[in-house]
Design a protein around this ligand. Structure first.
Ligand SMILES: *[C@@H]1O[C@H](CO)[C@@H](O)[C@H](O)[C@H]1NC(C)=O
Ligand SMILES: *[C@@H]1O[C@H](CO)[C@@H](O)[C@H](O)[C@H]1NC(C)=O
Ligand SMILES: [Zn+2]
Length: 531
């Protein structure tokens, strides 16, 4: 009896399996409104054999470049997870009409690469300020703090001591007589660049208005991050400062279409200082050749051979998303334009330079579950790196491309080859389409689910949504108004002098030391003493 029952059960399961399999195969995998880009090449046996021979030849031809790095450029794609790189590659290839998967972002041909562990001293999943502290100052620290070691507790201004303040690679470069600067698509006082020049118990203290009440009483020496940039060393000696964040520098910011003032997450100066004008006053007092600009038009009018110091602040808040610059014809430079202008000022010195270029809005788009915008920002980041590579010689310039932390966007489903990465992947077992890029959490949870006729949670039918638009908020599993970062490792790609220092899984803090070693600056001068 027992055996018979079990046999029936086994048969039933086997029958059901066949049924599931047959419905799986008969079901349309791709919703009818999804675009598929054709594959141009014939990917037969001979193709893959030849392809592999090319890769073997490339690997064998790789030589170590043991030159001293005269210049170092660190390209930091904020929140550019490995999934973002993969999807960004497909996106950019598809923009060019290709199927996409075979496309290569320019840094994917760099000879050396490593995996980077991004955890903080106090968190498994980090933020952008603590990670910037790791890869720019060479020391891991606590979540949300910037330019200080782990003795500093979040938002505790009293714990910031002179000993806790870290020197960044910007200081090491300046001390070696090199030019130094940064370019970002975020506010110039935002998390990533802040670790180059500031020391703060919170990355949010970007201007005076965001300092907690009573800070002046408890910690009279505490300065907001924007003031540290303009008033204090090393920011005061940066040759290039470019990005957004005018409202953190001055209270007289004026909103225009495409250039809002961010009251929720930004900061608007309230102490009457105009740090943008102060920068010019400071440069004049030091007798420096300088230019301060607010628009792309003004940036283009600057002849790089006439200036040694340049300040460009192109937006009240973050610099606009690249797609908005195009759609609204904003007078703002692209990340590639800013990178080119920065290099032209920095490379005038025989002593070389350090430059940080942040593609900062990949991260911000992900936080809003704007997957398509995140991919477009990744494509713009690739443009900036291509532009830089056309201007520098990698025999003497170490170029690194990496990210600070991951995000919780996945590429999922079984989309066909060449299927639009911004669209749906296929029909799930609830009979409804799923966007290829979905998030495990974020604001996209809102509107992703409905209550069905049985009172159960069900996914909403997204078929008629405009999923491919830049404004589309992709689905998320759990509600969080700002999607979280991910804790998985990020990738690092390197070319140029000593790029072979990057070859394993590394701690993120190693990056600052490796750059310094390659350039013979800061704490790693030992190998430079050798003939
Ligand atoms: C920039 O200035 C240099 C030297 O003053 C001059 O030779 C060059 O023609 C100028 N370039 C432009 C585009 O005006
Ligand atoms: C989802 O919506 C589309 C378009 O309105 C419709 O054709 C399709 O039948 C719907 N799917 C389900 C499972 O309701
Ligand atoms: Zn972030």
């Amino acid at each position: 009896m027992m055996i018979a029952r079990r046999t029936i059960l086994v048969l039933a399961v086997a029958f059901l399996g066949t049924l599931v399999e047959s419905t799986y195969h008969s079901r349309p995998l791709v919703p009818s409104n999804v675009k598929v880009f054709p594959t141009a090449r014939a990917e037969d046996q001979a193709f893959w054999y030849a392809e592999a021979q090319n890769e073997i030849a490339q690997s064998l031809a790789r030589t170590e470049n043991n030159n001293v790095a005269k210049n170092v450029i660190l390209f930091l794609g904020d929140g550019m997870s490995v999934a973002t790189i993969t999807a960004g590659r497909i996106y950019k290839g598809q923009q060019l009409g290709q199927s996409g998967e075979e496309y290569k972002l320019v840094w994917e041909d760099f000879p050396d690469l490593a995996m980077i562990k991004t955890y903080d001293v106090d968190r498994q999943v980090p933020d952008s300020a603590s990670t910037a502290t790791a890869y720019l100052c060479g020391v891991k620290s606590n979540y949300y703090t910037t330019g200080v070691d782990s003795s500093v507790k979040l938002e505790d201004c009293m714990s910031v001591t002179e000993e806790s303040k870290l020197s960044s690679i910007a200081v090491w470069a300046l001390e070696a007589g090199k030019r130094t600067g940064f370019v970002t698509s975020t506010r110039v006082s935002h998390a990533t660049p802040s670790a180059l020049y500031a020391h703060s118990a919170s990355r949010e203290w970007e201007c005076d208005a965001s300092l907690p009440l009573g800070t002046a009483l408890r910690c009279p020496d505490t300065k907001d991050i924007a003031r540290q940039l303009i008033e204090d060393y090393p920011g005061s000696d940066f040759n290039v400062i470019m990005g957004g964040g005018y409202s953190c520098l001055s209270g007289d910011a004026v909103e225009t279409p495409g250039d809002p003032i961010n009251l929720e997450y930004g900061c608007v100066r309230a102490d009457g200082r105009n740090l943008f004008d102060q920068w010019t006053i400071n440069q004049e007092a030091k007798g420096r050749r300088h230019a301060a600009v607010r628009t792309f038009t003004d940036l283009k009018a600057v002849n790089a051979s006439d200036v040694d110091y340049i300040l460009g602040v192109f937006a009240n808040d973050h610099v606009a998303y690249e797609h908005l610059k195009r759609e609204l014809n904003l007078d703002m430079p692209t990340l590639a334009d800013m990178t080119e202008a920065a290099i032209s000022v920095l490379q005038a010195s025989d002593a070389g330079y350090f430059l940080l270029v942040e593609g900062g809005r990949i991260d911000l788009a992900h936080h809003d579950n704007l997957a398509n915008t995140a991919l477009d920002e990744t494509a713009a980041f690739d443009d900036a790196i291509r532009r830089a590579l056309s201007l520098v010689n990698t025999e003497e310039t170490l170029v690194i491309v990496t990210s600070d932390h991951s995000h919780v966007a996945t590429i999922n489903g079984y989309p066909h080859r060449g299927q639009d990465i911004t669209g749906f992947s296929g029909i799930m077992d609830d009979g409804l389409p799923l966007p290829t890029i979905t998030y495990t959490n974020g604001p996209g949870w809102i509107g992703s689910y409905v209550v069905d006729e049985n009172g159960n949670a069900a996914r909403r039918n997204l078929t008629d949504d405009d999923v491919t638009s830049y404004d589309y908020v992709h689905s998320a599993g759990a509600l969080r108004y700002s999607e979280t970062h991910g804790g998985d490792d990020v990738a690092l790609f390197a070319v140029g002098p000593m790029s072979h220092l990057f070859q394993r899984t590394h701690e993120q803090s190693f990056i600052a030391h490796a750059m310094a070693y390659a350039a013979c600056i800061g704490p790693n001068l030992d190998h430079c003493a050798q003939p």
